[in-house]
Design a protein around this ligand. Sequence first.
Ligand code: FAD
Ligand code: DLZ
Ligand code: SF4
Length: 512
Amino acid sequence: MATLRFVLGDQLSRGLSSLSDMEDGDIVLMAEVADEANYVRHHQRKIAFLFSAMRHFAEDLRGRGMSVDYVALDDPENTGSFTGELKRAVERHRPERVVVTEPGEWRVKEMMTGWEKAVGCPVEIRPDDRFFCSHARFQAWAKGQKQLRMEYFYREMRRGTGFLMSGPDDPAEGRWNFDQENREPLKAKVAAPERPTYSVDETTQEVLDLVAKRFGNHFGSLEGFDYPVTRRQALHYLNWFVETALPEFGTYQDAMRAGAPLLFHSHVSALINCGLIDPREACERAEAAYREGSAPINAVEGFIRQIIGWREFIRGVYWLKMPGYGDENALDARRKLPDFFWTGETEMNCLSQCVREVQASAYNHHIQRLMVLGNFCLLCGFDPKEVQEWYLTVYHDAYEWVEMPNVVGMILFADGGLFASKPYAASANYIDKMSDYCGPCAYSPKKKEGEGACPFNLLYWDFIARNRQVLQKNHRLQRTYATLGRMDPEKVERVRKEARAFLDGLVATGDY
Ligand code: FAD
Ligand code: DLZ
Ligand code: SF4
């Protein structure tokens, strides 16, 4: 009797642990299920990308001689859930056992642990070894630490992987981190490189039609879909990035420009998260570019740090703190998310640009997510649950394991500072320095109060004053609270009054 190997939509890797010992007669199961598309109402582009990538991956496996049982969304017998589809497949194939790779999300892990009982045959759950750091290793590293610091974890990962190391404890060029070089605003004469595009084949067109029909009322647009959907395209794209955009990736990592959403960013998160690109090969290619002299250390170190540092660290935090991490709300934030997060209809140009870009492409780069949208969510005090749902819905790379710690810990400080040493709160000055958003905006980044003052300036001091009790003991905010203490109390009250009027004016119908 054969083994049934259930491969999920974010497990599209030929080297997946659940496929490692395929034998003749074994069957790979893949299923498009409505529950996964609807547990949040994912961006249409994300669903289309994933279904197309899944269908192409199934073909790829078949081309390698494997037998794949693929259940499409519009199969009349489709039950709409992972458990339902596994149950039906077990009835069809009567396997001796089921083998799976552990999922990315706690929700699905809970489901998986019930499968043996639900389907009536043994289910083996294997670790996901596409990550560099196992759950056990992260737990051992975090043990006994009240606050987790990514920078120290990252050094461990550098030592362990050997990326950019000159000796066992010698980072290349004598430094672990070149972030100081990576904060340049974009000069007007610097043009963003043109990206390769990938044409829509018959399989992708079928999926685009299916998504338009079944999920046309979800957020976002399918227009101009040109993202890689096969392993070959993903590799082609990665190589393009390393050769063309990586050299400037570091320098302009924090810059933002209206109408140029990608700049020098890699745009590979969705490809890595679904398995089409292995994080190891992404780092290896980047390191090779450095060794060959075609990309500088600040770019390559910055890119590798995002992957072996932040990405692994964030996953570690998720599995360390689940379940319950998503319920944290240290700043007692309760405000509803305004409608313009779904429509982009706001006079605040920075927010409007970011929302319209994500509507069109299911993508914003990190600084847009962190310092524009995230900063605004923090300052306004939006309910962490609403913010989590938004971030999980709108991005094509969004999975709870990576979205949740970035929202709860990084932007909202809702975990009370488990890994952020202080909240990432900033006034308009930062956005003005790092982008060209403020020029045409209805508000002025320079005005601190009164007619035309940028809401970020009002909200910043309101946030600091509103959260005094929780935040004033944070040593990194001592100077901020000292400044607040020196400010004219009448001015503070005027600014706070304007901030409250702004907040009360936000329309949040909850209709989106
Ligand atoms: P690049 O800037 O080119 O970086 C290279 C790679 O590093 C990324 O592809 C990604 O794999 C990794 N990376 C960088 N920063 C992080 C980080 N903070 N956490 C995890 N991985 C990181 N990333 C997701 O993949 N899925 C999400 O759902 C997600 N939600 C986020 C929510 C918030 C509030 C914030 C602040 C960040 C979030 N990120 C998320 C992290 C990061 O913004 C994206 O990975 C990045 O913007 C993707 O674009 P890129 O591929 O061009 O990245
Ligand atoms: C995100 C997603 C969507 C939209 N649809 C499917 C699907 O139909 N079938 C599938 O196997 N996976 C899908 N996924 C990815 C899963 O949500 C993901 O595997 C789990 O969240 C575990 O990380
Ligand atoms: Fe955003 Fe304020 Fe600048 Fe307008 S002035 S773009 S609202 S930071």
